[in-house]
Design a protein around this ligand. Structure first.
Ligand code: ATR
Length: 272
């Protein structure tokens, strides 16, 4: 990597600096494509000043994660349709001094699903109605999936379902509708370390024809995905969603289609 007077800076606003593989992923592709960008962590203590600094320092773009995805919105100039509907951003691009927020989480998730199954016209159950589920719900609907949102707090499922335009219910409905479902997604935090022995889905409901996806990335193979594999289901790991939301971000950062294989290698992930 050669830094010179033309190098464009892309920063990362978040709280997972030390463990993130995103630095390796983006910088590997910049190098591979000969693009004069560098991707670095930026420690933000005050989000309002942090957003001002994007303009003041001429930072080309920033990736955004927890805890700033929602809180930085009020300081941006514009939101694209996904960011507006979801109510959160995971990328901000500085277009000639105008800060435009976008969100690639949902469509990244759908791209990950589509590596294993069509989504259009498929019956999809999405468990959860929090931030992650929200992003996925709109993207699944955009793709033509026939979506039902199930959540422990039914009023949250209802609110999200009304904005998306789909069905909703409580988690207990899973037992009734899962038989007639093609795709099952855990969009909740259940199963995340240290509670790795938990799953919202009893394994008796995991029939072979299902494609099962989990947004929990730690552990990579959650209890749900392990049991789904054992039942002969297709499985979609959360790191594929991470990869694809990054691919979509890369296009927003640079306007260039990234080399997905190089990103995959830098992330050290596979689709199995
Ligand atoms: P995120 O932004 O990561 O999606 P969140 O907004 O806190 O996190 O949402 C967490 C989701 O996991 C919610 O859908 C939550 O259900 P509630 O709306 O009922 O709180 C769900 N969730 C978390 N722990 C759960 C549990 N033990 N059982 C069922 N659902 C759970």
């Amino acid at each position: 990597m050669k830094i010179n007077g033309e190098t464009k800076l892309i920063g990362f606003f978040g709280s997972t600096f030390k463990t993130s593989k995103m630095y390796a992923m983006y910088n590997a592709v910049f190098e591979n494509l000969g693009l004069n960008y560098v991707y670095v962590p930026l420690v933000v203590n005050d989000i309002k000043k942090g957003v001002k600094a994007i303009k003041a320092l001429g930072i080309h773009a920033v990736g955004v994660t927890i805890p700033f995805k929602i809180s930085m919105i009020e300081y941006l100039d514009e939101l694209d349709e996904d960011a507006r509907r979801i109510g959160a951003v995971n990328v901000v691009v500085n277009k000639n001094g105008k800060l435009i927020g976008s969100n690639t989480d949902g469509h990244g998730g759908v791209r990950a699903l589509k590596e294993k199954t069509e989504v259009k016209e498929k019956k999809v159950i999405l468990l959860g109605a929090g931030g992650a589920a929200r992003a996925l719900a709109f993207a699944i609907k955009d793709e033509g999936g026939r979506l039902t949102i199930l959540n422990r707090t039914v009023s949250d499922a209802e609110e999200l379902a009304k904005s998306v335009g789909c069905r909703f219910d409580g988690l207990e409905k899973l037992a009734v509708i899962v038989e007639d479902t093609d795709i099952l997604i855990n969009g909740t935090s259940v199963g995340m370390a240290p509670e790795i022995d938990q799953s919202l889905v009893d394994k008796i409901f995991l029939q072979k024809k299902l494609t099962v996806m989990d947004i929990v990335s730690n552990p990579r193979e959650t209890k749900l995905l392990k049991e789904a594999k054992e039942a002969g289901c297709q499985t979609v790991f959360a790191d594929r969603m991470l990869l694809w939301q990054g691919v979509l971000k890369f296009k927003l950062y640079t306007g260039v289609e990234p080399a997905v294989k190089v990103m995959e290698k830098a992330l050290q992930i596979t689709s199995h």
